[in-house]
Design a protein around this ligand. Sequence first.
Ligand code: PLP
Length: 383
Amino acid sequence: MDRPEIILAPGPTPIPPEVLLAQGSPLVYHRGPGFGSLMRDVIGHLKTLYRTEAADVLLMTASGTGGLESAVQNVCSPGDEVFVPLAGFFAERFQRLAESQGLVVHTTTQAWGERVDPARMADALAEHPVKAVFLTQSETSTGVIQPIEDLARVANDAGALVVVDVVSSLGAVPFAFDDWGIDVAVGGSQKALSASPGLAFVAVSDRAWEASQAATCPRFYFDWATYRRFAELPHPENPWTPAISVMQGLQAALRLYFQDGLDVALARHRTLSTAVKEGVRALGLDLFGEGLDDNWTVTAIRAPEAADADAICDRIRSDYGCVLAPGQGPLKGSVFRIGHFGYFSELDIIRGLAALEMTLEKLGHPVKRGAAVAAAETVFLEA
Ligand SMILES: Cc1ncc(COP(=O)(O)O)c(C=O)c1O
């Protein structure tokens, strides 16, 4: 496949030309005033995105998982009891990450595609008080946006720290670090912001800083205290040589994102999501997962009887260069996913839906040609 691919997967997302130009520009040396002002600008925008005035935002050269690992290492000590409500692939991965650091992980298990139930979590925390709760806002494997505000309230009432994976949700759906009582939230550059992969951002509350002073999980590269020391220099720096070019791109991506303000960017994500969902419904396919109206990051779709979900993903990619995501875990083969967060236009969605129509017809699922495209156009014109 040597033509450019049309990415409609849940990250990395397509990178706009302004970002490519910025990251292809001459390097800003990472110890000095130019890099210091770049860091200030990026962190300022990220704080607006997190809706926080109180937290520090640390920038790390790592994919999102590195930021998540830093959260576990800096907040906890081996043997600490923590809680992870399981309802999909990324929550399960959070559990494995915590176990890898020697934590004792309590869980509740709900079916993939369900929203985590705050009442069940409250019961679980009453039974086993824990140091921290690890939540995933956008469960990318199912498309479900978890009710973080309610879950954080339950965790706060139980005296637990609240650590949230916002890797695939920050910038795509509402999030309010300060108002919701969050202690740590970890995002990534390659998702809703449409910058290149390679940077994790970690928002840290005062309570989380306090916890980090007592935490004894081994850490060096991801030691938050080191990041803070360098960020407090007269010209802020990163402790290690950062992915400078990716940061230059991220700065451009944030400027684009904030061109019309945060509320407009979020409304755009809602409209893209509605257009995809209406388009898919118009093809007679069923959507998967609870809370569809709130799930603005990824749409999970049940494959029709005629075609296995993996076959749909393979065929649409080989015939049209369009990348969708297959189902994970128990959803493999029966569900496929369309990612619609990031720098997408209406036409990006429409051409993806057109490719899906043709692919389904080729695989033997009868469609009314143009039905998905027409349904999406209606959503866009009425938005
Ligand atoms: C919810 C969620 N958490 C964590 C990750 C892992 O992020 P990364 O691949 O940037 O390490 C992803 C990636 O898809 C994700 O969607």
